[in-house]
Write a protein that binds this ligand. Structure first.
Ligand SMILES: *[C@@H]1O[C@H](CO)[C@@H](O)[C@H](O)[C@H]1NC(C)=O
Ligand SMILES: *[C@@H]1O[C@H](CO)[C@@H](O)[C@H](O)[C@H]1NC(C)=O
Ligand SMILES: *[C@@H]1O[C@H](CO)[C@@H](O)[C@H](O)[C@H]1NC(C)=O
Ligand SMILES: *[C@@H]1O[C@H](CO)[C@@H](O)[C@H](O)[C@H]1NC(C)=O
Ligand SMILES: *[C@@H]1O[C@H](CO)[C@@H](O)[C@H](O)[C@H]1NC(C)=O
Length: 326
């Protein structure tokens, strides 16, 4: 009964979902199952944007247009040479030479977190210098470009890191008595925990950064049972869709349950690459009834495939001159 009520509530969300959906993909491909990538872009899908923790778009989405599925580049961490400007140069090439309409930039993935959990583990002072070398000139060159503050972990240390970062950044660009601040357009946050925790974390960030919109770029209820995970999904999706200051969000994630590092029930695919209820709801579709823990594993993608061989499609696309990827 409970699950059915959630499914019914979720189909209402489906009905109201639009092409202006806030939903995006945190793209974490597994090279064993490359075709899983097409699950997220096959119609009907509510996903309007993606990021892959990198500055360049993923090759596998080279036949999907930027206006349908916006790639958002990320400056993930600090280069080994602090004076390096390769992120700036890469984005400039992407825009000016490859003609990709880059409108948003994400910066520093979990800089307050250790590398063993995927954090980029950077001193705020170092991150500030990297920002001044790479982000500030991008903001000068492309006035309409919207940039996100570094995306800290959900831990209390994250807020402290952000404040130190902004202070250091300001110190680097201020001249004499005249204080200047590094500018940003939206605040990305991460959250792994229950719904009340998510709401309170969001409250803390919106109080610290008033008048800024928010992107929730990684979130889920990790390692919980299926009923709790689905209830979290439905409640949080309704909340994030409803709040005007939430501009975008991306659930973590879009992978098979047997390789999930947030527990199998939080995964959008089962072991065979078939959409779970949460996976289907996230795309704006009806529940599939697929148990996240089902499947043998190792089977090829459950994605609907075109009868046309991929080579032919690629050839056609190249002939049309649409492929221009490094
Ligand atoms: C990719 O999938 C295979 C098969 O399930 C798994 O063994 C491997 O660990 C996965 N790789 C990553 C990076 O998750
Ligand atoms: C780039 O994308 C933005 C936002 O979607 C849009 O307003 C703008 O017209 C686009 N520019 C070009 C050149 O397509
Ligand atoms: C810079 O940011 C600090 C801290 O948020 C603030 O107090 C100050 O007014 C800002 N200065 C300018 C010039 O915007
Ligand atoms: C937030 O926006 C309101 C209304 O535009 C304005 O009055 C207020 O000063 C802004 N607050 C900050 C901290 O920028
Ligand atoms: C891109 O190519 C894949 C693989 O051939 C195909 O499944 C998908 O429909 C294509 N997407 C578009 C938008 O043409």
């Amino acid at each position: 009964m409970f699950t059915r009520a959630i499914a019914a509530a979720a189909s209402l969300l489906v009905a109201s979902a639009s092409a202006n959906s806030k939903r995006g993909l945190v793209f974490t491909p597994n090279s064993t199952f490359p075709d899983d990538a097409y699950i997220w872009t096959a119609p009907p899908t509510d996903l309007t944007w993606y990021y892959n923790y990198k500055p360049l778009p993923s090759q596998i989405y080279s036949n999907v247009s930027q206006s349908d599925f916006e790639f958002v580049p990320m400056l993930w961490g600090a280069p080994s040479d602090i004076s390096d400007k390769s992120f700036y140069n890469t984005i400039k090439t992407l825009i000016d030479e490859r003609g990709v309409n880059v409108t948003h930039i994400l910066t520093f993935n979990e800089p307050d977190g250790p590398g063993q959990y995927g954090g980029s583990d950077i001193d705020p002072e170092v991150a500030a210098q990297v920002w001044v070398n790479n982000i500030v000139p991008l903001q000068e060159d492309y006035k309409a470009l919207r940039v996100g503050l570094p995306a800290c972990t959900g831990a209390p240390a994250g807020m402290e890191w952000s404040k130190k970062f902004l202070e250091a950044c300001s110190g680097l660009i201020s001249e004499g008595e005249k204080t200047k601040n590094c500018t940003f357009d939206f605040v990305p946050i991460h959250w792994y925990g229950n719904f009340e925790g998510l709401a309170s974390h969001m409250g803390e960030y919106s109080a610290a950064f008033p008048n800024k919109s928010m992107w929730v770029t990684e979130y889920n209820l990790a390692n919980a049972n299926l009923q709790e995970t689905q209830a979290f999904y439905t409640t949080s999706a309704e909340y994030l869709d409803r709040l005007d200051f939430v501009e975008r969000y991306s659930l973590f994630g879009a992978f098979r349950s047997d390789v999930s590092n947030v527990g199998p029930n939080a995964a959008m695919l089962n072991r065979d690459g078939e959409l779970t209820d949460i996976g289907a709801w996230y795309l704006g579709r009806q529940a599939t009834g697929v148990d996240p823990n089902s499947g043998k594993g190792g089977k090829d993608s459950g994605a609907v495939r075109m009868p046309t061989p991929r080579l032919v499609t690629l050839l056609l696309v190249s002939l049309l001159g649409l492929v221009n990827f490094a």
